[in-house]
Write a protein that binds this ligand. Structure first.
Ligand SMILES: Nc1ncnc2c1ncn2[C@@H]1O[C@H](COP(=O)(O)OS(=O)(=O)O)[C@@H](OP(=O)(O)O)[C@H]1O
Length: 351
């Protein structure tokens, strides 16, 4: 018998017993409750951690290139299930702001490692994927760019990393126009090793590529280097820095040694945290050296209780290149490296 019928019978005085009225009332309440739940309003499950406390989550949602288009997706970076894992959740705490600090380079310098290490810090929030705003997507406008950023609370730092900015002529002026106080971090690595790393990456995508020496030299015996090859070009650090220095003072740059970031990540992180005005919360406690990978890995990245190394494309083996070829390239870079040491006031020990 339906509840309506019971109600009619009660109204007509056909049923006067109190328990039946209670049953009907309970059914009515249950019905309302189910209807309410259908709208999704009665979720009693725990809120995802980043809804509870935005400072505890670092860019779960991130940008990825899909079919040549930047899309915002939810990153599944945690090794252990967490509440709300994989479910897009809108974080309405804080504000979207322009980054106060950008890792502008260099490609294959160790920029991903640095960003991942920084993201452990509770006062840093960063876009996971490379935004490429100041080189590829500048015509989309500054509002578009700000919208890519994760929300931050007052006191938190918004960051992004796009290593190609360092070699993009327009990038210094564009960043300056956005904010002249932007802090700029450059992770640098011996330009010879960097070139080999770059070549290794291209080779992994195009296996039929000519040899390293064919690409790096116009004429090996005379030592004539092909500076138009991007893998060589990117390593002309002094030349690129020259443009940046026309816009930003020395105090706004931090040059991170890509080599030291591997053998002493905590030491290099101290410098980075100081530069960003952050408490030194990322320390040697967070790292362990993974012998199989040959690189430092994170003991417990945010949102995970398991250690995590960077992916396979980071720290991969390089093809064998003859020592003679490497030496010639090293000779080519030496004067440029010396100039770079002078400009930065730091000797990176590559020569
Ligand atoms: N902890 C840790 N784990 C793995 N890899 C590490 C790490 N620290 C620095 N590196 C070095 O980072 C190199 C890749 O640099 P980037 O992240 O800047 O590359 S990219 O420009 O974003 O493609 C990568 O270059 P390859 O060794 O040639 O793969 C590494 O040498």
């Amino acid at each position: 018998m339906g509840c309506g019928a019971w109600k009619n019978r009660v109204r007509l005085g056909l049923v006067r017993s109190q328990p039946l009225v209670s049953v009907c009332f309970t059914m009515f309440v249950v019905f309302i409750y189910f209807f309410y739940c259908l709208t999704g309003s009665c979720d009693t499950s725990p809120r995802p951690i980043y809804e509870q406390h935005p400072s505890k989550i670092h860019s779960r949602s991130s940008l990825v290139m899909q079919d040549g288009v930047l899309r915002q997706v939810v990153l599944d970076t945690s090794a252990q299930p967490s509440p709300g894992r994989g479910i897009p959740v809108v974080n309405n705490f804080g504000k979207k702001r322009f980054p106060q600090a950008i890792i502008i380079g260099v490609k294959k310098g160790g920029t991903r490692a640095l960003l991942e290490f920084l993201r452990i810090h509770p006062d840093v929030r960063a876009v996971g994927a490379e935004a490429h705003f100041f080189d590829r997507f500048y015509d989309k406008g500054l509002d578009w760019y700000r919208n890519l950023m994760p929300r931050t609370l007052d006191g938190q730092i918004t960051m992004e990393k796009t290593p190609s900015y360092f070699v993009t002529k327009e990038a210094p002026q564009r960043i300056f126009r956005m904010s002249r106080s932007t802090k700029l971090i450059v992770v640098v690595r011996n330009p010879v090793t960097r070139a080999v790393s770059d070549y290794t990456q291209t080779l992994s995508k195009s296996p039929g590529l000519p040899s390293f020496q064919e690409l790096a030299f116009k004429n090996l015996s005379s030592g004539l280097v092909d500076t138009s090859w991007s893998a060589v070009q990117i390593g002309l650090y002094a030349k690129h820095l020259d443009i940046w220095q026309q816009y930003f003072p020395q105090s706004q740059f931090l040059f991170v040694s890509g080599e030291r970031l591997v053998w002493d990540p905590a030491g290099e992180m101290d410098r980075v945290q100081d530069f960003l005005g952050l408490k030194r919360l990322v320390t040697d406690k967070h790292f362990y050296f993974n012998k199989t990978k040959g690189f430092p890995c994170l003991k417990k990245p945010e949102g995970s209780s398991r250690p995590r190394c960077l992916g396979k494309s980071k720290g991969r083996p390089h093809p064998h290149i003859s020592p003679q070829v490497l030496q010639k390239l090293q000779d080519f870079y030496r004067p440029l490296n010396q100039k770079f040491y002078q400009m930065t006031g730091q000797d990176f020990g590559w020569d």
